[in-house]
Structures are given as structure tokens and as C-alpha cells.
Design a protein around this ligand. Structure first.
Ligand code: NDP
Ligand code: 2IT
Length: 449
């Protein structure tokens, strides 16, 4: 229950305006709970309508995306771009292609992105977009035609100084390549900084594919070190998902001395008590675009279970949810806690339900919230933009070192803010407050716009 009447009114208004946007309400409520601890010290927020402005996107664009499938039939999807807040930099955030995409999901993601991007310390505002298009099972030619049609409309709204999309679920290097090609063709400009996550041959950054997963482990490692004098060494780790974030989180956890014993996709999970062979996972998921189930046929001693939620019943020391929102609920959290989990690091956006977050915090499990722990992806996107502006590129080691330092800084900023809010170690509060203070000061300085 929110104590501040001001915040109660802000929350009631977003629910009344968009009663069906459950994911959006969930993300906003969690942030308002944190701001409840500081809002009395900042009467200027209410005087200037700062929090009302902060929860309302600058604009949300929806558009028709017609494309022709391999049978010559016209298909029509819906495209979106939510340009949320540009007070500290151009809108920045990924594009998600998944049948579940709707305005509620993109508003929750765009809203989270404002604070995440602020935490990176880099000059990037918040946005998110995507489509209900499902790339699964489509040919390359279909994906290309879809991406070209999507960018034909999106090109009116993006630009290196305006709005810079990147990947998210269902959007990787292939999709970014097709969209970049179409943008270049439409504008007749080589504007590399309009998209991030590009291929290396045309302006991409080394270490961007690895950045979210590696960054998650750097953050978790710093949290383990500073809050429990511990590390990944010798730990059993469960990583949900098997996409971009999950694969590189698993890779870094292994290189830091952990054994990753389970991964999943939306159909089910694999359990390999000897430690997952990541080359096999990469071959199945990245090269063949196959299903995780195939792993159990290839690697003796591993098993497949056709239920992705069941992954949380496997006993582990560290859980890294890296698939999607609300994939880890209160019931799963209770099982993880009973099995002795010591730390949870969120690689996906909002993967833990509010009940799960509360259960972890009440049980003294170290908890690294998404907007801090997975900020390495967008931080490295901002480094890609810097390299594009400089017309220069850094080595893998240079980018990785900057990423590592960013994650260490984000941890300490969030931790210090949690201490200031008198709830030391509550990184949910710390990340929300630290991220918000910078955005709010930029909004105040720029007046009512
Ligand atoms: P990918 O598309 O590469 O992989 C997504 C993975 O999650 C797949 O294994 C997919 O399984 C699984 N998944 C997707 N939807 C569901 C679902 N509804 N239920 C169960 N499993 C599901 O996406 P990313 O790895 O890029 O993104 C994963 C998460 O990380 C998302 O929450 C995203 O917002 C977040 N994130 C991504 C960043 C990035 O740089 N890419 C940066 C920061 C956060 P299947 O193949 O069966 O669909
Ligand atoms: O959720 C996220 O931070 C991303 N999908 C990455 C966004 C980006 O612009 O790199």
C-alpha cells in the first residue's frame, strides 16, 4: 500500500486510464513503492507534476505492418514504438517480435528502460517497440520482408538523435541487419547510430552480443562479493531461457567458475547435472534455430522435461531468470528458497512476480533487479553509438572492460541509494531511486514540456 497520497493518485490515474494494462501497472507500482520512501523530501515533484509526466509516455505510435508470405498471401501485423522519456538522451530501447506483444507489455518495458538507461550513467532516454509478428517458423525471406515493411514505417520516427532501437526477444543480428538495410535505402544516408546490435561488418560493436549476459554476471559477482563475501566459484547455477541473454549469462557464469546445470525455452527445460555443454546449446539455438529439447538427444546424462516453469524446482545456489516477464512466480520462489538458493540475478525484464521478489527479500536471498542487473546490454549499445559517432571501434577487451566497470558502478549506485533510503541491500529500491533521481532532475531543469 502506497503511503503518499500523491503517489496513490498517480497510480489510480494510470489504472483508470488503461485498466487492461496489467504488466504496465505492475512495473509502475513497484517503482512508486520505492519512490514512496523519498517523495516527502521532494515537494517539487508534485508541484511540477514530475511523476505524472514520468509515468505517461511522450508518445506511443502504432502502425500496420503488411508483408507477403512465401505463399504469396498478404499478412498484416501490428507495429509499435513507445517513445517514453527523452529528458537525458534520445529514446533508446529494444524491439520485441513475439505474438504476445501489446501496448501493456511495451509500456512496461519502455518505462523500465528509462530508469535502466539512467542507471548506466550514459546519455540515453527510454523507449521500446516491436510487433506481434512471430519470427518462429518463418523463412529468412519472410523475416526480411516483414522487417523491411516494419522499418518503412518506423523510419519516420527514429534517428541517431531521435530514437535508437536495438534487439530484444525475437530480434537479433539478422533482424537488425534487415532493418538497417531498409533504413539506409529509404533515407539514402549511412546513419550507423540509428540502430544498435548491428553486425560487425557495418558498424556493430564487439561484445554487444555478449553484453547483457556478461553484464548480468558482472553485476551478480559484485553483489556476491560486497554483500556476502562470496563468488560464482563452485556454485550451481540455473539459467532460464536459451536466447541471447541466457547463453552469454551461462558462458560468463561458467568462466567465473560456476556449473550451469539447466536452461530452457518456452516449451521445456534441460537438466544436465554434469554442466551444460554450451557449444551444443549454441549450435541448436543460434545456428539451427532449433528447440532446446534436441540437447537431451545429443548429450548423454542430460534430461528434457516439457514444462518450462519446472526449471525452478532444480536445486541451485544462483538463479538467473533470462527468458521473459513473470516467468518466476511466488510458488517457484518458495521452492528455490527451500532448496537453498542464495542469489537471484534478473537477466530478463521483470521475470520475477511481485510475490517472488518479496519472498526472496524476506528470506534474505540476494536479489539483483532487472533494471540494474541487465543494464549491460543497453550500456554497450550506448558504447556502440559512441563508436559510430567517433567512426572508430574499440577492441573486445576495451568494450568488455568498460562494460565490467559500468556494472560495478551500477551495483554501487544502487547499493548506496538503498542505504540512503534506510533499507541497505534492497537493490530494488536502490535501483529505482538512483535511476529516478537523475531523470527527475533533468525533467525539472527542462521545465514543463
Ligand atoms: P531471445 O529471443 O534471444 O531469447 C528469448 C528466450 O526466452 C528464448 O529461449 C525463448 O524461448 C524464451 N522465452 C521467450 N518468451 C517466453 C515465454 N513467454 N515463456 C517462456 N520462455 C520464453 O531474447 P533475449 O535473450 O534477447 O531476451 C530475453 C529477456 O532478456 C527478455 O526479457 C528481454 O527483454 C531481456 N533483455 C534483453 C536484452 C538484450 O540485449 N537482448 C537486454 C536486456 C534485457 P522460445 O525460443 O521457446 O521462444
Ligand atoms: O531490455 C533491454 O535493455 C534491451 N532489450 C536492450 C536495449 C538496447 O537498446 O540495447
Amino acid at each position: 500500500m502506497l503511503k503518499s497520497e500523491y503517489l496513490q493518485r498517480v497510480y489510480a490515474q494510470i489504472v483508470a486510464r488503461d485498466p487492461d494494462q496489467k504488466e504496465f501497472h505492475q512495473a509502475v507500482y513497484e517503482v512508486l513503492e520505492s519512490l514512496d520512501l523519498i517523495v516527502d523530501k521532494h515537494p517539487e515533484y508534485e508541484e511540477n507534476g514530475i511523476i505524472e509526466s514520468f509515468v505517461e509516455p511522450d508518445r506511443a505510435i502504432t502502425f500496420r505492418v503488411p508483408w507477403i508470405d512465401d505463399n504469396g498471401k498478404v499478412q498484416v501485423n501490428r507495429g509499435y514504438r513507445v517513445q517514453y522519456n527523452s529528458s537525458i538522451g534520445p529514446y533508446k530501447g529494444g524491439l520485441r517480435f513475439h505474438p504476445s506483444v501489446n501496448l501493456s507489455i511495451l509500456k512496461f518495458l519502455g518505462f523500465e528502460q528509462i530508469l535502466k538507461n539512467s542507471l548506466t550513467g550514459l546519455p540515453i532516454g527510454g523507449g521500446k517497440g516491436g510487433s506481434d509478428f512471430d519470427p518462429k517458423g518463418k523463412s529468412n525471406a519472410e523475416v526480411m520482408r516483414f522487417c523491411q515493411s516494419f522499418m518503412t514505417e518506423l523510419s519516420h520516427h527514429v534517428g541517431q538523435f531521435q530514437d535508437v532501437p536495438a534487439g530484444d526477444i525475437g530480434v537479433g543480428a539478422r533482424e537488425i541487419g534487415y532493418m538497417f538495410g531498409q533504413y539506409r535505402r529509404i533515407t539514402n544516408r549511412y546513419e550507423a547510430g540509428v540502430l544498435t546490435g548491428k553486425g560487425l561488418a557495418y558498424g556493430g560493436s564487439l561484445a554487444r552480443p555478449q553484453a547483457t549476459g556478461y553484464g548480468l554476471c558482472y553485476f551478480t559477482q559484485e553483489m556476491l562479493k560486497c554483500m556476502k563475501n562470496d563468488s560464482f566459484e563452485g556454485k550451481k547455477v540455473v539459467v532460464s531461457g536459451s536466447g541471447n541473454v541466457a547463453v552469454y549469462a551461462a558462458e560468463k557464469a561458467m568462466s567465473l567458475g560456476a556449473t550451469v546445470i539447466a536452461m530452457c525455452d518456452s516449451n521445456g527445460y534441460i537438466h544436465d547435472p554434469n554442466g551444460i555443454n554450451l557449444d551444443v546449446v549454441k549450435d541448436i539455438k543460434q545456428v539451427k534455430r532449433g528447440r532446446i529439447k534436441e540437447y537431451a538427444d545429443l548429450v548423454p546424462g542430460s534430461t528434457y522435461t516439457g514444462d518450462c516453469r519446472g526449471i525452478w524446482t532444480i536445486p541451485c545456489d544462483i538463479a538467473l531468470p533470462c527468458a521473459t516477464q513473470n516467468e518466476l512466480d511466488g510458488e517457484s520462489a518458495a521452492i528455490l528458497i527451500k532448496n537453498g538458493v542464495m542469489a537471484v540475478g534478473e537477466g530478463a525484464n521483470m521475470p520475477s512476480t511481485p510475490e517472488a521478489v518479496k519472498a526472496f527479500q524476506d528470506a534474505g536471498v540476494l536479489f539483483a533487479p532487472a533494471k540494474a542487473a541487465n543494464a549491460g546490454g543497453v550500456a554497450t549499445s550506448a558504447l556502440e553509438m559512441s563508436q559510430n559517432s567517433m567512426r572508430y571501434s574499440w577492441t573486445f577487451e576495451e568494450v568488455d572492460a568498460k562494460l565490467h566497470q559500468s556494472m560495478v558502478n551500477i551495483f554501487h549506485n544502487a547499493y548506496d541509494a538503498s542505504v540512503e533510503c534506510e533499507c541497505p541491500g534492497n537493490l530494488v529500491v536502490g535501483a529505482n531511486v538512483a535511476g529516478f533521481l537523475k531523470v527527475a532532475s533533468a525533467m525539472l531543469a527542462q521545465g514543463v514540456i
